[in-house]
Design a protein around this ligand. Structure first.
Ligand SMILES: [Zn+2]
Length: 174
């Protein structure tokens, strides 16, 4: 949704672009407006998946109010900070379509469209460290916020991707 806003080049999109490139997180009000606009579309009536939202306690409180008691499964994908740094250091993005990709040594072409891959502008080491600091301050308290709910699950993110997927699907089924 953030990429769409940036590509659309709207005033909101330009604002979003500047914030992302500085490594900060988008403010609660902007991101909540974007998320809830999307969740009001009819294709979400049977359920939806949120990735990267909510990221702060105010966003989580807004989401609880928005869904009005409908069931919400929360999955924390747990990964050490060292592994996060390692993965971000090799992350590439497609210049054409904006898809994320991991540098594998097997050519620098997008899986989706064949476009050229470049290092992400927001993945410079200092930006990454700043983002981790923001995560610890703003997002880690969410674990406390959701812990104790029967629908809260922690998944080991250091496993192979298929095993992470399996554990997430199990959490949703539960
Ligand atoms: Zn692409």
């Amino acid at each position: 949704m953030l990429r769409e806003a940036i590509q659309a080049g709207t005033p909101l999109g330009l604002e979003v672009k500047q914030i992302i490139e500085s490594g900060a997180l988008i403010g609660d009000e902007i991101i909540t407006r974007l998320a809830f606009d999307r969740l009001r579309e009819p294709d979400t009536s049977g359920g939806f998946l949120l990735d990267g939202y909510p990221r702060t306690i105010p966003q989580a409180e807004a989401l609880d109010a928005f869904i009005k008691g409908r069931p919400l499964v929360i999955v924390e994908i747990d990964l050490s900070e060292a592994e996060v740094l390692h993965r971000l250091a090799s992350r590439m993005v497609c210049e054409e379509c904006g898809a994320n990709s991991q540098e594998t040594g097997g050519g620098l072409q997008c899986h989706d469209c064949g476009g050229p891959l470049v290092a992400r502008a927001d993945d410079a080491e200092e930006v990454v460290r700043n983002r981790l600091a923001v995560y610890r301050r703003q997002t880690e308290p969410l674990v406390q916020y959701y812990t104790g709910r029967k629908t809260f699950h922690r998944v080991n993110g250091a496993q192979l991707p298929d095993d992470v997927t399996r554990d997430i699907l199990r959490a949703i089924d539960a």
